[in-house]
Design a protein. Sequence first.
Length: 93
Amino acid sequence: MRAYRLTNWSKKTPAEREAILRELVRAVDQPPNGELAQLEEEIRGFEARLGMDSGTMKTRLEAGEIEETLDVCKWLMAIRLRDEIAAIPARAD
C-alpha cells in the first residue's frame, strides 16, 4: 500500500480521492499480510542466535537468570506483536 500525505489531499480530484479511500478500505479488510510469518521468522532467529526457545527465555528472564538486553527486548516485542496479530479475528465476508 502506498503512503499518502494529507497535505496533498486537497490537490486530488474527486475520482483520485475515491480511489485512495477504496484502497484504504481494502487494506483494512485484508488479514495481516505476511506480518505473522515475518514475525515467526524473526522469533526463530532470536531463538537460534540465543540458544533457547521463547518459553525458556521468558522463564529465565523472570527468574533473573538472564539480563534484559536489547536483543531480549526486541524478542519480547516480536512475541507480543505476533500474539496480538494472531488474535485478530479473520473476517468472514
